[in-house]
Design a protein around this ligand. Structure first.
Ligand SMILES: [Zn+2]
Length: 318
């Protein structure tokens, strides 16, 4: 199984419990309840000596509360900003919460808070199980949303977390806000024998991926694929088909992977968005996937939907 960011299969979200304050309070007190910790948005993990395998560092509620007390931080309850109810673990039915803590400087660090490692790095390295990556993606998206929506978008009043961290309420104008997901399209465009790979300025050296962009208000997926491809590459595509999707919690996107075809082969890239765009043959793409391309160019690893779409196309054209 690839360590791709997928909706976690080891968690029963139990959305009905979010509005049941008594049930959440009982879960918070239950002896088998566990918390994962995010420090400044970075998950706390445990690793083997060689750092080749890592996992979420789960902490009991008493241990988490003691650690917060040691740090002089407020001990949360399930309705408090810092405690986010993730759900019940499949199988054990134990409750899982995430605690989103502010960055802690080294002088005030705590053994339970180290190491805190950037989730994108962990996903890229493939050192976490798929379930842990997905769970951390959920927790990080939720925590980032709280960090960005502390004030009401309508009247500017400070909002308060409720429903186990799945809603924020404004005490002034009574409006409610919910965690958001931003849909993006990512597309593999083929002329039958070849497909297009692109490089964005922010990419690591020699890495190419597939063109992508946000869906705009009023668009459907197909229109977004057609518009983005025309804007970025100056070509028109057709036969847009959905292939697969992937949550991408940086900070809260949903990547929607599509195939599309074109008969226009001359690329006119938008230099503001794309450093380079090129057609590659099936053999070239296979070499890029396997890090064997003679020019040293490569594609994102198994954590990324681009990799999955490329493998889908290689399998379909073999
Ligand atoms: Zn308001």
């Amino acid at each position: 199984m690839y360590p791709t960011l997928r909706p976690t299969s080891q968690l029963d979200r139990q959305a009905a419990l979010r509005t049941d304050a008594d049930a959440l309070a009982a879960l918070w007190r239950a002896p088998d309840t566990r918390c994962l910790l995010l420090v400044g948005g970075k998950p706390v993990i445990v690793s083997d000596a060689a750092r080749t395998s890592s996992a979420i560092r789960w902490v009991s509620v008493p241990d988490a509360s003691g650690m917060l007390f040691d740090l002089g931080l407020t001990v949360p309850d399930p309705q408090h900003l810092a405690a986010l109810f993730l759900g019940l673990e499949d199988g054990t039915r134990s409750a899982q919460f995430a605690l989103a803590l502010p960055p802690v400087d080294a002088a005030h660090s705590h053994p339970l808070l180290t190491p805190a490692v950037d989730l994108r790095s962990l996903a890229t390295q493939g050192v976490l199980s798929p379930g842990d990556v997905s769970l951390l993606g959920l927790a990080k998206s939720l925590a980032d949303w709280h960090g960005s929506y502390g004030h009401c978008a309508k009247c500017g009043t400070a909002t308060a977390s409720t429903e186990g961290g799945w809603r924020r309420d404004c005490p002034s104008c009574q409006s409610a806000s919910y965690p958001r997901t931003d849909p993006c399209v990512i597309m593999l465009i083929s002329d039958g024998d070849r497909c297009i790979v692109t490089r964005e300025p922010r990419f690591p050296e020699n890495m190419y991926s597939l063109p992508a962009g946000y869906i705009e208000p009023g668009e459907d997926i197909e229109h977004a694929v057609i518009r983005e491809t025309h804007e970025e590459l100056g070509i028109r595509v057709h036969d847009v088909t959905y292939k697969r999707s992937q949550p991408w919690p940086f900070p809260h996107s949903l990547m929607i992977g599509c195939f599309a075809t074109t008969i226009e082969t001359t690329l006119k890239r938008d230099p503001a968005e794309i450093d380079d765009a090129r057609w590659v043959t099936r053999d070239e793409l296979l070499a890029m996937v396997n890090n064997q391309h003679p020019e040293g160019i490569w594609v994102p690893g198994l954590h990324a939907i681009a990799n999955s779409l490329i493998r889908d196309w290689l399998a379909a054209t073999s």
